[in-house]
Design a binder for this molecule. Structure first.
Ligand code: GRF
Length: 188
């Protein structure tokens, strides 16, 4: 079966992006990463993608509509079939999300539906949670609300800070995202 052509959208350091790029190096991985798009020219992930031999573009715009039109053009030009958000910090419109219905996934650093939005680690600690984690989900118009594809749990341990908890969760993100993308690439 042909490998699914995947684009990754980033805004920052791109560690989840690198986890996907590295997983996709295996010849039996069901997806290939053909394009990285950042809405920030200064995103550290852009250089990492290029070093890894993946085409990387910056697409921004004065309005969300302009940015999304630019993203869509790039996705079409590269014959992209699936899109993975990895630390992409702009909210996508209902129209865009609809166009990529069930072909657009995101990784979020909490056990959704708990803690959608930002500052998930600090909020989980403040609430006294004993477990926390990350979620891969399909993107729908409601932010962090789409159907859940996969989750990984970590314990919250005494003395945790948002930083130590974030590191524990991130290590799981790097394992979960490649597995979840493979699952979706195989069935779509
Ligand atoms: C990750 O924690 C991801 O779950 C969240 O943003 C962060 C991105 O980190 N959506 P990176 O750019 O993948 O290193």
């Amino acid at each position: 079966m042909a490998r699914k052509r995947v684009a990754i959208l980033i805004s920052g350091r791109g560690s989840n992006m690198m986890a996907l790029i590295e997983a996709a190096r295996a010849s039996d991985y069901p997806a290939e990463i053909v394009l990285v798009i950042s809405n920030k020219a200064e995103a550290g992930g852009l250089a990492l993608a290029r070093q890894a031999g993946v085409m990387a573009a910056v697409v921004d715009g004065d309005t969300r509509q302009e940015m999304e039109a630019g993203i869509q053009r790039n996705l079409e030009a590269a014959d992209v079939e699936l899109v993975a958000l990895a630390g992409f910090m702009r909210i996508l419109s209902a129209d865009f999300v609809q166009r990529w219905d069930h072909r657009l996934i995101n990784i979020h650093p909490s056990l959704l539906p708990a803690y959608p939005g930002l500052d998930t680690h600090a909020r989980a600690l403040f609430a006294g949670e004993v477990k926390h984690g990350c979620t891969v989900h399909f993107v729908t118009a409601g932010v962090d609300e789409g159907p859940i594809v996969a989750q990984a749990e970590v314990p919250v341990v005494p003395g945790d800070t948002p930083q130590t908890l974030a590191e524990r969760v991130l290590a799981e993100e790097h394992k979960l995202y490649p597995k979840a993308l493979a699952m979706i690439a195989e069935r779509s």
